[in-house]
Design a protein around this ligand. Structure first.
Ligand SMILES: Cc1cc2nc3c(=O)[nH]c(=O)nc-3n(C[C@H](O)[C@H](O)[C@H](O)COP(=O)(O)O)c2cc1C
Length: 162
C-alpha cells in the first residue's frame, strides 16, 4: 500500500524536533536554509546528518561544497528560522546582518545560537527526493543559558519540560 502525500505529512508533523540553520559559502556569497532533519549520527568519529530536498537551490550548493555550518536555534529565533526558510530572502545579507564568525574554510557560524558547529561533508547518500549529507564536526560552540526552538505541526514554539 502506498500512502498519500497528505498522510505522509500528517504523520511527520506529529514528530517534534529542534530547528537548525544550515549556513555555507558558495561562489563568494554566504547562504543557508532552515533544517529540522538534523540528527546526531556517530560520536567516534563525530558525525551528524541533514536531509536536503533535491529541488531547492541549497541542494546544489551543498552537493558542490565541502563544508557547512549547523546553528541550533534558540527560542528567540523563530522569525529568523522563517527567514532562512524563505527563498525570497537574501541570505548573504541576512547572515552579514547577524553576529557571526567565519571559519578557515569560509563557513559562517552564527554566534547567538544555542550551539553552532562547522562540519566537513564526508558522504552524500540517496534518500528518495532528498539527499542525506553526512558531516563530520570539526569545531563547535554552545550557549549554556538559552532554551531551544521547537518545530511541531508546522509551527515554531517553546519547549515545555514536564
Ligand atoms: C522548520 C523548518 C524545517 C525545515 N527543514 C528542512 C529540511 O530538513 N530539509 C530541507 O530540505 N528543507 C527544509 N525546510 C525547507 C527549507 O528551509 C526551504 O525550502 C528553504 O527555502 C530552502 O532554501 P533555498 O531555497 O535558498 O535553497 C524546512 C523549513 C522549515 C520552516
Amino acid at each position: 500500500m502506498t500512502i498519500t502525500d497528505d498522510t505522509f505529512k500528517e504523520l511527520m508533523k506529529r514528530f517534534a524536533s529542534g530547528v537548525t540553520l544550515i549556513t555555507f559559502e558558495d561562489d563568494g556569497k554566504y547562504s543557508g536554509l532552515t533544517v529540522s532533519s538534523f540528527c546526531s549520527l556517530s560520536m567516534n568519529p563525530p558525525l551528524i546528518l541533514i536531509c536536503i530536498d533535491k529541488k531547492i537551490p541549497s541542494h546544489n550548493s551543498l552537493e558542490n561544497g565541502s563544508s557547512f555550518g549547523v546553528n541550533i536555534c534558540n527560542s528567540e529565533q523563530g522569525k529568523l528560522a522563517w527567514d532562512f526558510a524563505n527563498s525570497n530572502v537574501d541570505k548573504n545579507e541576512l547572515i552579514l546582518s547577524l553576529n557571526h564568525e567565519v571559519t578557515e574554510n569560509k563557513v559562517p557560524l552564527l554566534t547567538d545560537c544555542l550551539a553552532s558547529m562547522e562540519c566537513t561533508i564526508k558522504e552524500a547518500y540517496e534518500g528518495g527526493d532528498h539527499t542525506i549529507f553526512v558531516g563530520q564536526i570539526e569545531q563547535g560552540n554552545f550557549n549554556e543559558e538559552s532554551e531551544p526552538l521547537i518545530y511541531y505541526k508546522s509551527g515554531l514554539g517553546d519547549f515545555k519540560p514536564n
